[in-house]
Design a binder for this molecule. Structure first.
Ligand code: ZN
Length: 278
């Protein structure tokens, strides 16, 4: 059932340029229909020949920067010494540098899922004029530590920072996504902007047909004070837990390219909606 919903949401035209590009088309159609053709040809005028796309249009503002933070990393498990060392986690606490993440019962790892979805989100955002910074370059490395990931978001001046994860609840019936944000906020960005990013993301995921979590948070939102990346962020930041990798329905969606594309489109839609709202 969830798969049906997922495939049904794949058509959201995230990658389609916004409504400004059809402008020339609309104008030419209006002209051909409302202005009497001088030759009075009864043959419907064919659409204007595909005029060159105005790619040379000068942007009014520099493209927004979005930081994507795919959870964990492919070589973390092989380097326990590196990922277990303590780093600052905000609110005066420390945490391990990073963790291995979870996996489906069939062994599909969270780090691979997070990386694949992040790449898909990156491509969708880039196609929509967003400059994307990733917190790790591939899925073969160690870390970076959670405090380093936050620093990447801070130093890039990101309009939004989005961490991508999937959960590993031991209750196989537990399912659904939630969007975590820092609470209580430690700076201005963690206040209203982060909450706006979280609710916008939640709304887009829900619109895409994805169910909200049955076991964490409320209504798809989870205020947290214990997530280092969110605590240390000086930019609007959220962490999307896409669902439970131990739930068979969600594991199937996470393990398929089509399922991951659906999550990526929903997440990219949430980011674009937030960024464009300014
Ligand atoms: Zn994770």
């Amino acid at each position: 059932m969830a798969l049906t919903l997922l495939s049904g949401c794949g058509g959201e035209p995230v990658a389609t340029p916004p409504a400004d590009t059809p402008e020339t088309t609309v104008i030419s159609q209006r002209m051909t229909s409302s202005v009497a053709p001088p030759e009075a040809s009864p043959v419907p005028t064919s659409p204007a020949p595909t005029s060159p796309v105005p790619t040379t249009t000068t942007p009014a503002a520099p493209p927004p920067v979005v930081v994507l933070d795919p959870g964990h990393n492919g070589a973390n498990a092989a380097h326990p010494g590196d990922i277990n060392r303590s780093v600052p986690a905000g609110r005066g606490r420390t945490k391990p540098c990073n963790t291995t993440g979870t996996a489906t019962n069939a062994g599909y790892p969270e780090h691979a899922f997070a990386w694949d979805v992040a790449v898909r989100v990156r491509d969708l955002l880039t196609a929509n004029g967003v400059q994307v910074v990733m917190t790790r370059p591939d899925d073969n490395g160690v870390g970076p530590c959670v405090d380093r990931r936050a620093a990447i978001g801070n130093s890039s001046g990101a309009a939004a920072v989005v961490s991508i994860h999937a959960d590993g609840s031991t209750d196989p019936s537990a399912h659904g996504f939630h969007v975590a944000y820092s609470s209580p906020p430690l700076n201005e960005a963690q206040g209203e902007p982060a909450l706006k990013l979280a609710t916008t993301m939640r709304d887009k995921l829900r619109l895409a047909g994805l169910p909200t979590s049955t076991y964490i948070g409320s209504d798809g939102l989870s205020p947290r004070d214990d997530l280092a990346g969110l605590n240390l962020s000086e930019r609007p930041a959220v962490l999307v837990e896409c669902g439970n990798m131990r739930n068979s329905t969600e594991a199937a969606a996470f393990s398929s390219p089509e399922g991951r594309q659906s999550y990526a489109e929903a997440i990219a839609g949430g980011i674009l909606s937030y960024v464009r709202a300014g």
